[in-house]
Design a protein around this ligand. Structure first.
Ligand SMILES: [Zn+2]
Ligand SMILES: [Zn+2]
Length: 339
């Protein structure tokens, strides 16, 4: 089968690789139909995270089930599913607690399409088949009428945006939310959309990127152009998304006393933190990965109910054959579709 492979910094090519087969009776094979580019993918492609040889790309997709093992219940060939980008067993203590990003059965950062992070190649979704080792835990069926292109990013970035605000709005319903995007790409926009859908009184979107600000405004947020210097005011719920230390510092300074600053950022280098200030004001700083498999049912239910519209964040859609050229290029949200 063909698999889009990163063979060096900035270099993608379609390679012929062996087709995966079922290796257990709880597994499934899935044919990706629409694949979205995650916010981290360009960093992986361009070598910002050191590469360890060729690796398969793509970890956000809607696909069609091709084959299931004998023990799989509730999933049949032909069904359309969102695939969790993280590998998780659904049975261990961590999975039972909802912490599916840190499943006991896998090394840290075990995801599709991210071999540079985990060191293990699980395959990528820009291929003709992927093997899903825990079908019932990792696959979420979607209603047959839904467009795979619209839901392609639900595997990861849509969930990430949702979880950045959902638990905090549950704890403080109707709060105002500040999203700080300092290099975040699609995740902070999904967070803005989720906050509005979940009843935030207002969502303010702070960024120094004009395209981000314009899209945030179209989603219903109030744009706040900023260079992350002076603080506008404080908010009870703040989301930090990006890579710049001054962006994180701004997000923390904008968090009100006893408020929460939720970071969805994967800082790749040490970042200074004013713990004295967080201590004095009781600012609750939370950081960690989203738990994909645990979040999939509630997020897909919100989309099926028409309350979340992830396609409103998509800025570019290309055909499957164009993926090698399009994936390295900038765009807020790119989706590749199989014709
Ligand atoms: Zn991702
Ligand atoms: Zn597990």
């Amino acid at each position: 089968m063909r698999q889009l492979t990163c063979v060096g910094p900035g270099k993608l090519e379609w390679q012929d690789v062996p087709e995966p087969r079922l290796a257990g009776d709880g597994e499934a094979l899935v044919r990706p139909l629409a694949v979205a580019r995650c916010d981290i993918d360009r960093a992986l492609i361009h070598g910002l995270i050191p590469q360890r040889g060729p690796f398969a790309l793509g970890h956000e997709c809607v696909g069609e089930i091709v084959e299931v093992g004998d023990a799989v219940r509730g999933l049949t060939p032909g069904a359309r599913v969102v695939v969790s980008f993280q590998l998780s067993c659904g049975r261990c203590g961590s999975c039972a607690a909802g912490h599916t990003a840190n499943c006991d059965a896998y090394p840290s950062l075990s995801d599709y399409g991210m071999q540079p992070l985990s060191g293990v190649e699980y395959g990528g979704m820009l291929s003709d088949r992927i093997r899903v080792p825990h079908a019932e835990a990792m696959l979420q069926p979607i209603a047959p009428g839904l467009d795979p292109v619209a839901l392609a990013s639900v595997s990861d970035n849509v969930l990430d945006g949702y979880r950045a605000v959902a638990p905090h709005l549950r704890a403080k319903p109707g709060s105002e939310v500040l999203i700080v995007s300092h290099g975040g790409v699609s995740i902070p926009l999904y967070a803005a959309q989720a906050a509005l859908a979940l009843g935030a009184a207002k969502v303010v979107y702070a960024s120094d990127d004009a395209e981000q600000l314009a899209l945030a405004e179209r989603l219903g947020a109030q744009p706040l152009p900023t260079d992350f210097g002076s603080r506008p005011r404080r908010f009870p719920i703040v989301v930090d998304s990006g890579l710049r230390p001054e962006g994180l510092d701004f997000a923390l300074r904008c968090t009100e006393p006893e408020g929460v600053c939720q970071s969805v950022s994967f800082y790749l280098a040490p970042v200074p933190l004013r713990l004295d200030r967080l201590y004095t004001l009781g600012v609750h700083f939370q950081i960690g990965r989203c738990h994909a498999a645990a979040l999939l049912p509630e997020v897909v239910a919100l989309i099926e109910a028409g309350r979340l519209r992830p396609d409103a964040v998509t800025t570019r859609v290309v055909e499957w054959e164009e993926a090698a050229d399009a994936f390295p290029e900038p765009a807020i949200k790119l989706v590749v579709r199989r014709s």
